[in-house]
Write a protein that binds this ligand. Structure first.
Ligand SMILES: [Zn+2]
Ligand SMILES: [Zn+2]
Length: 145
C-alpha cells in the first residue's frame, strides 16, 4: 500500500471512529489497514496473528475490541455464518460473497447488486430493508476434489 492511500485510510477510520464516539489509536489503525488490505474476510484470530508481526505488544482482546468499534462505527462489517467464528470485511458497500463449505473461506464476488430488491420489492411488502447480503455456497478450487 502506498503511503498516501495508507494515510487516507487512516483518516477515514479516524473520522468514522470519532463520529461514533470511539477512540482512534495506532493499534486500531494497524488492525484496520490490515483488514482493508486483504480480501480474505479474516477472523479475529487471523487478524491477530498477522498484525502481531508489526505490533508485537497487541493482544487478541485489543483486536476484538477494535473490530467491534469498526463495526459499530460503520467502517467494517461482521459476517457470522452459523456457529463458526465471525469474519470481518473491510468493505462496507453492498456486495456478494462466495463461501466454501469445506474450509470456510469467504471471498467477494464481483457481480452486480440487484437494487430492485433493496429499493422496492421488499419495502413494498412492508419489509424494512437495512442491509443487503447475498451468499453463494460451494467449494473453492482447493477443496473441490
Ligand atoms: Zn475451500
Ligand atoms: Zn466482502
Amino acid at each position: 500500500m502506498d503511503p498516501a492511500s495508507k494515510a487516507a485510510i487512516e483518516e477515514e477510520l479516524r473520522a468514522a471512529l470519532e463520529a461514533s464516539g470511539h477512540r482512534f489509536t495506532a493499534q486500531r489503525a494497524a488492525v484496520y489497514s490490515y483488514l482493508r488490505r486483504v480480501e480474505s474476510h479474516p477472523t479475529a484470530d487471523e487478524i491477530f496473528t498477522n498484525v502481531r508481526d508489526d505490533i508485537p505488544d497487541i493482544s487478541l482482546a485489543t483486536v476484538y475490541k477494535a473490530l467491534e468499534a469498526f463495526v459499530s462505527a460503520g467502517a467494517a462489517r461482521k459476517l457470522q455464518f452459523g456457529d463458526g467464528p465471525a469474519r470481518y470485511d473491510g468493505r462496507t458497500d453492498d456486495h456478494h460473497h462466495m463461501r466454501c463449505l469445506a474450509c470456510g473461506g469467504v471471498h467477494d464476488v464481483e457481480a452486480e447488486v440487484d437494487h430492485r430488491l433493496k429499493g422496492g420489492l421488499l419495502s413494498r411488502n412492508g419489509f424494512e430493508v437495512i442491509g443487503y447480503r447475498l451468499e453463494l455456497l460451494g467449494y473453492c478450487p482447493a477443496c473441490k476434489n
